[in-house]
Design a protein around this ligand. Structure first.
Ligand code: ADP
Ligand code: MG
Length: 339
């Protein structure tokens, strides 16, 4: 006989490995609502991301990897606010009950939850097409959250890690991307080591929680790169009432990306690809030195890719100072794709 809804919750989502016994969680899974105490000097940062099968992860993907990706992209939003993870809820929609699937999913989930000390405090289950809706809650000392609306003209623009790996990963898994048919890997299939690197980048993006905490005081505004650098940076521009000038010759790429993708497509992947979950931050000129030192201490690579200027949009230049056209926009769910 298949498990009831309550058996599933008890067996897979009420385990100590997910509840984590945090002092702020007064009451977790099992009542009509969870009860949380938030320290009075903190603000609560709340964010939700929904992942739908075949839109956000391929059909038939490993449940542990789906869980990791679902929680990691949510944690990335907390990182972008400079918040410390506290707890999360999980809305899970599945077409059928598979204990094998649930066991792998909850194991993947608890591994990442423990690593980032974020407690599962509730959720909901329903039948339907596989969908995972997570809401994360984090704390940030009052007045210190990293926001999109506070970039200043003259600030330098930095990005963590490398860009473009998310969309290159989709192509490496043989899946269509919103960059169209012209976006292909040079060598198909890619070398095994590159394929593994991309899969890991896609399913296990590293939320920049510690980096954001370590560098918070030197950052004027921040966003995580989920829809492509140009689109995401445009949000900073819109909210801050500024423009941004990017130097495309400074965009950072992984060795695997360089190995597998043409130069033109590398730039498209970074600018318009998405799914990278790096942080893009702005830093006032007089704080750059401290910022770089803090990033280095945190062992996070950062690249200076441009600056905040007067205006209201993102513009692109080459290192030689030539203008480079902004071609496309970021990933949008309700946009009809090209070719
Ligand atoms: P209600 O009917 O009052 O909404 P449910 O019966 O749906 O409550 O859930 C019972 C308890 O189990 C609640 O505390 C709820 O938060 C928790 N829960 C339900 N689904 C999940 C899930 N997928 N993960 C974690 N907790 C869950
Ligand atoms: Mg319910």
């Amino acid at each position: 006989m298949s498990l009831s809804e309550f058996d599933i919750i008890k067996k897979y989502f009420q385990a100590p490995s997910l509840a984590l016994n945090k002092p702020e969680v007064v009451l977790g899974v099992g009542d009509d609502a969870a009860l949380i105490s938030v320290p009075s000097e903190d603000q609560l940062a709340i964010s939700t991301d929904v992942l739908v099968e075949s839109v956000h992860f391929p059909i038939g993907a490993d449940p542990a990897k789906i869980a990791t990706r679902a929680l990691a992209v949510n944690l990335s939003d907390l990182a972008a606010m400079g918040a410390r993870p506290l707890c999360f809820s999980l809305g899970l929609v599945l077409p059928e009950v598979s204990e094998v699937w649930l066991a792998k999913f909850s194991e993947g989930l608890s591994e990442l939850a423990q690593r980032f000390d974020i407690a599962l405090i509730g959720g909901d289950l329903s039948r339907g097409p596989t969908t995972i809706a997570i809401q994360v809650q984090g704390t940030v000392p009052e007045g210190t959250a990293l926001r999109r609306d506070s970039a200043q003209i003259g600030d330098a623009i930095f990005v963590t890690g490398s860009l473009g790996d998310g969309v290159i990963a989709l192509a490496s898994m043989g899946l269509p991307t919103h960059l169209g048919n012209s976006f292909q890997l040079e060598s198909s299939p890619p070398a095994a080591k590159c394929k593994e690197y991309f899969e890991n980048a896609y399913f296990s993006p590293e939320p920049k929680i510690e980096f954001a905490q370590a560098c918070s005081e030197f950052i004027s505004s921040a966003i995580d790169v989920s829809d492509g650098l140009v689109g995401d940076l445009s949000h900073i521009c819109n909210r801050s009432g500024v423009g941004a000038r990017l130097n495309i010759d400074k965009l950072p790429f992984s060795d695997s990306a360089r190995c597998c993708v043409s130069n033109a497509n590398l730039i498209r992947a970074a600018l318009y690809g998405g799914d990278d979950y790096q942080l893009c931050v702005t830093v006032a000129q007089n704080k750059i030195e401290d910022f770089l030192r803090a990033a280095q201490q945190n062992e996070t690579e950062v690249s200076c890719i441009g600056e905040i200027v007067e205006g209201d949009s993102v513009s692109l230049r080459t290192g030689a100072g030539d203008n480079w056209e902004v071609e496309e926009t970021a990933y949008q769910h309700f946009k009809v794709s090209k070719d």
